[in-house]
Design a protein around this ligand. Structure first.
Ligand code: G1P
Length: 295
């Protein structure tokens, strides 16, 4: 059994970069091949041993709630027709009784505010946060790697990735005290610094393991970068008291919060699927250099 049993999934964002699709479809329901983004995050959490799933949601996200509900009529029809493969595909969408809690973030005040919504449900134990926009492919899930490392080092832990200096303004960035293999011990964290002021190029990716002491920091948080209550600032405030470690995960991360990252992930996940890979690779190769559809 893992020492990290609960995970928060902030899913309240509007996904404006994907309009018009996200006018009526939650961005977490956008699909890579045949699985919505939220499914990738939930699967990764399950692999890491997570048993309780907390979605911090918002109005207009009903499809997300329905997705993890039973679909009695559909399941009945599939069973009656003997469609066992289709039924098996639904297996991933099942949650044990009471395992999923859905909260509403009343106002979009930032990631720190979203995480704070789950304070009562977390209690006094370490917990994970997964941002479904960040999809990470690899042999072992990034969160599982972090949980294993966290069992040894404790404190707050954030997933990290080295980025080009000009990209720091899109990320939380670690102020690194020292590095040891995949771990970097931080003496601070800054949200979206300019390339000129960034303390390093070690960027935070959307996986966190946090100690409950973070909630005291979240309670007293003031608006930071972009006028939002930033999780990064709360972690930074707890650096000395709790310790913060970056974990450079093995795997490839796709920024599915951007259209570019999303289409790249779509291609990469299709290529990785045994039943699609060969034909799809040949198709992609035939598209290279072609900028419009043939007449
Ligand atoms: C959030 C966090 C940021 C982190 C990023 C990873 O930013 O605030 O620290 O580096 O996720 O994807 P967002 O991309 O939501 O603006």
């Amino acid at each position: 059994m893992t020492h990290v049993r609960k995970a928060i999934f902030p899913v309240a964002g509007m996904g404006t970069r994907f309009l018009p699709a996200t006018k009526s479809v939650p961005k977490e329901m956008l699909t890579l091949v045949d699985r919505p983004l939220i499914q990738y995050a939930v699967d990764e959490a399950r692999e890491a041993g997570i048993e309780e799933f907390i979605f911090v949601s918002a109005a207009g996200k009903g499809a997300l709630e329905d997705y993890f509900d039973t679909a009695a009529a559909l399941e009945h029809q599939l069973a009656a027709k003997g469609k066992t493969d289709a039924l098996a595909a639904l297996e991933r969408t099942r949650m044990p009784e009471g395992a999923l809690t859905i909260l509403r973030q009343a106002q979009p005040l930032g990631l720190g505010h979203a995480v704070r919504q789950a304070k009562r449900l977390i209690g006094n134990e370490p917990f994970a946060v997964l941002l479904p926009d960040d999809v990470i492919a690899g042999d072992t899930g990034a969160l599982k790697q972090m949980v294993d490392a966290h069992a040894k080092v404790g404190g707050h832990m954030v997933a990290t990735m080295d980025v080009p200096r000009e990209a720091t303004r899109s990320y939380g960035v670690l102020d690194v005290a020292n590095e040891f293999g995949r771990l970097s011990h931080a003496k601070g964290m800054v949200e979206k610094p300019t390339p000129e002021t960034a303390p390093s190029t070690k960027a935070v990716v959307g996986r966190y393991i946090l100690c409950p002491s973070i909630f005291d920091r979240l309670d007293t948080l003031v608006p930071g970068a972009g006028g939002e209550l930033q999780l990064t600032d709360a972690i930074n405030a707890d650096v000395e008291a709790a310790g913060v470690t970056g974990y450079r995960f093995a795997g490839e991360r796709f920024d599915c919060g951007s259209v570019q990252g999303f289409v790249q992930a779509t291609a990469a996940f299709a290529l990785a699927r045994a039943e699609l890979g060969g034909d799809f690779a040949a198709f992609l190769a035939s598209c290279v250099g072609q900028h419009s559809f043939a007449a």
